[in-house]
Design a protein around this ligand. Structure first.
Ligand code: NAP
Length: 409
């Protein structure tokens, strides 16, 4: 018999946010909440909790299950089991979804179950539903954005306060904008998972996360930030998916110089921003809170509410075969500790403009495969890699980079 009971797996930042939203709108009754730690203090009585996820998974009276735990491997196991049992599941777990999308789509088709995951991509920004429903039939040309609030908060502090990366990271951790282990955020992995999910909904292309070009912001120095100021730009961690001239889908996560004519320039602090370019509608921009208890709880609630009215993803553009990785070139600024040359990268063209015993700075054009081949070495040597949009030539870049500071009388 249908009930109005919802099951919640996980009662951390997102689980509690969802719980608060549910308390205010009184539409669903919360069945038990599953957590892991038996000794943790909770704001609800012990009777509200279970430590056995199976209690919720086997409960036939639940109309919907929300998966909001912090362990991606366990999350995947629970989502799989729920989908195989024909259930409707809402998840916020980007890693579990991005790395297993073909399987999760196949399970929904086979068992008639449903999985929604708007909260996994940019928290409160309704990007997936916009791509799935509004743009179901219109070809997309590009989706790009700032998809990770922690790294954007750090970059904003560097840009506005002139402090070091280490100090900015510490501030972000103290304010709860970055995890104790920030690798997923500052290394670009979180943005990578999100852009891969976006690519499936925007372009119908399931991308293998292991083949996507990804650099993070860990190696940024105040020198790089000063350079961006001289250029009149900001450095942002930009994730993008777009068609190349050869009609291949190019997906990447890279620190990028962004100028004031780009909406992303104004996305500061912990905010996220996504730019869409559709064939006929043209360009659009969405900005909002990409994380946090209530913003993310709101996104989970929006999925729950839609699912209960029968909504499901139809993956309207899904292509039958996975896409071959795009072959393209990139124009990059690279700053590396130590002497020239940085690993023996084969550049299409390259100009160095700052060579000292401490560091080498250069601008050049390189094939993506070549960059991927040297990625591990570059990262191990704390090399900072930033994309320079092709609209600015290497010579213009260097002229601006080397211009003298204007003296203000
Ligand atoms: N935080 C955000 O702003 C945000 C935004 C978008 C998406 N997400 C995603 O949302 C999910 C939850 O994130 P969160 O920030 O809410 O994490 P969190 O604050 O660390 O809370 C995680 C919750 O999951 C429970 N848990 C962990 N492993 C479990 C297991 N094996 N079985 C049962 N319960 C388990 C924990 O139990 P205990 O309470 O017993 O420790 C805790 O209640 C993650 O996938 C995250 O990537 C988070």
């Amino acid at each position: 018999m249908p009930t109005n009971k919802i099951g919640i797996l996980g009662f951390g930042c997102v689980g509690q946010g969802l719980y608060d939203v549910l308390q205010e709108n009184h539409q669903l009754e919360v069945a038990r909440i599953c957590v892991r730690d038996k000794n943790k203090e909770r704001k609800l009585p012990a009777s509200a909790f279970t430590f056995d996820a199976q209690e919720l998974l086997q409960d036939e009276s639940l109309v919907i299950l929300t998966e909001l735990i912090s362990d991606p491997a366990e999350a995947l196991t629970l989502i799989r089991q729920a989908l195989e049992a024909g259930k409707t599941v809402v998840s916020a777990n980007k890693k579990a979804v991005a790395e297993n999308l073909p399987e999760l789509i196949a399970l929904q088709q086979k068992y008639g179950s449903r999985l929604l995951y708007e909260a996994a991509v940019c928290g409160s920004i309704p990007i997936l539903r916009t791509l799935e429903s509004y743009y179901a039939d219109e070809p997309m040309q590009e989706v790009n954005g700032i998809l990770n609030g922690s790294s954007n908060y750090i970059l904003t502090r560097l840009d506005t306060e002139g402090i070091s990366y280490k100090e900015a990271l510490q501030q972000a951790q103290e304010l709860g904008f970055a995890e104790a282990d920030p690798t997923l955020d500052v290394g670009g992995y979180d943005a990578l998972h999100k852009i891969c999910i976006i690519a499936a909904h925007a372009f119908g292309v399931v991308v293998d996360v292991r083949e996507v070009l990804r650099f993070g912001i860990e190696s940024i120095t105040t020198e790089d930030v000063d350079l961006a100021h001289k250029l009149g730009a900001r450095i942002k961690l930009v994730a993008s998916a777009k068609y190349t001239a050869a009609q291949q889908l190019q997906v990447q996560v890279l620190p990028t110089f962004v100028w004031p004519d780009n909406e992303l320039y104004y996305v500061q602090n912990e905010f996220n921003g996504v730019q869409l370019e559709a064939k006929y509608a043209g360009k659009q921009f969405l900005k909002g809170r990409g994380a946090g208890s209530h913003p993310t709880g709101s996104a989970v609630w929006a999925d729950v509410s839609a699912a209960l009215k029968g909504y499901k993803y139809t993956y309207p553009k899904l292509k039958p075969a996975p896409a071959a990785p795009a072959t393209n070139t990139l124009q990059l600024y690279i700053r590396s500790k130590g002497d020239f040359p940085i690993p023996d990268i084969k550049w299409e063209e390259v100009v160095s403009f700052g060579v000292s015993h401490e560091a080498v700075q250069l601008v050049g054009v390189v094939k993506k495969e070549e960059l991927l081949r040297h990625q591990a070495t570059l990262e191990s040597r704390s090399t900072f890699v930033v994309e320079v949009p092709e609209a600015l030539s290497a010579m213009e870049f260097i002229q601006k980079a080397l211009q003298q500071e204007r003296v203000v009388a």
